[in-house]
Design a binder for this molecule. Structure first.
Ligand code: FAD
Length: 350
């Protein structure tokens, strides 16, 4: 079997990248082992232009957020299903000074478009403490990643362009113009293995800084009308449940849920959320984050037919549509990759 691109991994990265390549009429084969862990299946799927404790505009916000809406809507139409939800995020103010600070910031043209409204009085006081009002953000929402991956896999199966197996890097054979993997001949192999990229030797030298995260799934007594965020987020889903998260752990690299994270989330939720709720599940995953908090994209220093599209850390949903387009341009038109994401910044580590 001859293909242009053999893609390893059908998490969010392999899904978005292979979709873009198929749209360019490239011949693609995806290899993914459904029994292996996937960060995407666990993720909350949030996208949000103003983030962090300091609430600053996220990297590339102006480029990412308007484009992202068109991208996911198009993918929904292509697959004939719904997984993209635009919903405002509400962050209650803790005091008057914070309200004033945001009144000032809202005049900044660079931030203005991401602010839907500054509430000076309580709006969601039945759900959270917001005596000083709160900040309502625009260009936010979530992707139901599990649904997207499932529907896209069905499409790949219909097209007979996915093989559900474990990829074994040591079986690659390099020829001058192509790479062989068993009966497959590919012009290029692209690794989209997420946090499991350390398993084979080709890209394990890259400075990942993986972060474990855990979420609770709760069933609140009343539907939550908006995404709430202050120290932790409460994300209302279509089925009435909410995802609540998340934790950050740089030491424990297992995929199991822990009592420690469960207690931490319950404690925060107890302080933040006023409604009665039932905890119905807890999930854990590993984020493929990197030392410099930038993605890892590009060609291997020695085997130039091997590529990587990885390292999207906590922001896969917002970064992947943008960087998959850049990467396709690099692959098809030899356009330079942005320096900040090109893995050649780490070639000295190889
Ligand atoms: C708790 C938590 C919350 C998160 N919340 C958000 C959020 O709100 N918003 C956001 O944008 N991001 C969030 N993330 C991060 C997000 O999950 C990642 O950025 C993204 O999903 C990474 O996708 P990926 O395709 O690179 O990796 P993965 O989703 O892990 O996919 C890798 C795929 O490769 C396959 N694979 C690997 N090795 C092999 C092999 N040898 N053979 C065959 N198949 C293989 C795996 O089976 C898997 O399907 C969160 C992560 C966690 C853990």
């Amino acid at each position: 079997m001859k293909v242009d691109y053999l893609i390893v991994g059908q998490g969010l990265a392999g899904t978005i990248l292979s979709y873009r390549l198929l749209k360019q009429e490239k011949k693609v084969l995806v290899i993914d082992q459904p029994q292996m862990e996937s960060s995407s299946v666990v993720a909350a799927g949030l996208f949000n232009p103003i983030t962090g404790n300091r609430m600053v505009k996220t990297w590339l916000a102006d480029e990412l957020f308007s484009e992202l809406v068109d991208f996911y809507r198009e993918l929904e139409t292509f697959l004939g299903c719904r997984f993209f939800y635009q919903k405002p995020i509400y962050r209650p103010f803790v005091n008057m000074a914070e309200q004033n600070e945001w009144m000032g910031k809202s005049a900044d043209p660079g931030i203005k478009k991401f602010i839907r409204k500054i509430h000076r009085n309580s709006v969601y006081g039945d759900f959270v403490e917001d005596a000083y009002g709160g900040l309502e953000l625009n260009y936010c929402g979530y992707v139901d990643i599990a649904t997207l991956l499932r529907e896209y896999r069905t499409y790949l199966k219909q097209q007979q362009i996915i093989s559900e197996e474990t990829f074994e890097g040591e079986k690659l054979v390099f020829d001058t113009h192509l790479v062989r993997y068993r009966h497959i001949e590919a012009r290029r192999v692209i690794f989209c293995e997420g946090p499991l990229s350390n398993v084979d030797r080709f890209f394990s030298w890259l400075p990942f800084r993986r972060v474990k995260g855990e979420l609770l799934i709760i069933e609140p007594k009343e539907p939550v009308p908006v995404i709430l965020n202050r120290g932790l987020f409460i994300l209302p889903l279509e089925n009435g449940h909410c995802k609540v998260g998340s934790t950050y752990d740089w030491k424990d690299m297992t995929w199991e849920v822990t009592e420690k994270a469960g207690i931490e989330l319950r404690k925060k939720l107890h302080v933040f959320f006023k409604k009665y709720y039932k905890v119905i599940d807890q999930v854990a995953g590993i984020r493929p984050a990197t030392l410099d908090r930038r993605p890892l994209i590009g060609a291997h220093p020695e085997f130039n037919k091997l590529m990587i599209f990885n390292g999207f850390g906590t922001k896969g949903v917002s970064l992947m549509p943008y960087f998959s387009a850049k990467f396709c341009n690099f692959l098809s038109n030899d356009k330079e990759l942005p320096e900040e994401v090109n893995i050649n910044r780490y070639f000295s580590l190889y």
